[in-house]
Design a protein around this ligand. Sequence first.
Ligand SMILES: Nc1nc2c([nH]c(=O)n2[C@H]2C[C@H](O)[C@@H](COP(=O)(O)OP(=O)(O)OP(=O)(O)O)O2)c(=O)[nH]1
Ligand SMILES: [Mg+2]
Length: 129
Amino acid sequence: MKKQIKVVGAVIRNEQNQILCALRSTEMSLPNLWEFPGGKIEEGEQPEESLVREIQEELDCEIKVADLVEDVVHEYPGVIVNLLTYEATVSSGRPVASEHAKLEWKEIAELKELEWAPADIPTVEKLMK
Ligand SMILES: Nc1nc2c([nH]c(=O)n2[C@H]2C[C@H](O)[C@@H](COP(=O)(O)OP(=O)(O)OP(=O)(O)O)O2)c(=O)[nH]1
Ligand SMILES: [Mg+2]
């Protein structure tokens, strides 16, 4: 059976209603694709807790997590990913990329111009509705 992983991603919005988009680096899996920053849920964690932890690790800032945006199951060649995306805002600090190649704040209308990781596309579509 294919490995299944549970992953959380943050749809971080600023005061101008822009969304923080993160480009995966060449050292990561799915290189050069855009994603909502986040990562794997660890044992015993609630998804919201994982997201706060992952954003602290990856972006060195604190977020406040709000509503669920999408719950997507996507089958990649080697793994099945269950991606939960949540609305979030920065509550302390400023996002700085430590693992990603870059971070960009984008207008909702600009999101479709980026090349997203496949599991993220339903979230992007939901945001554009
Ligand atoms: N974080 C995140 N991962 C995603 C998204 N879309 C998507 O397909 N993935 C995939 C890529 C990875 O195979 C998997 C987990 O992502 P990850 O590399 O961020 O995991 P992580 O932060 O826990 O990092 P690590 O411990 O494995 O180094 O989910 C997304 O929007 N955000
Ligand atoms: Mg990650």
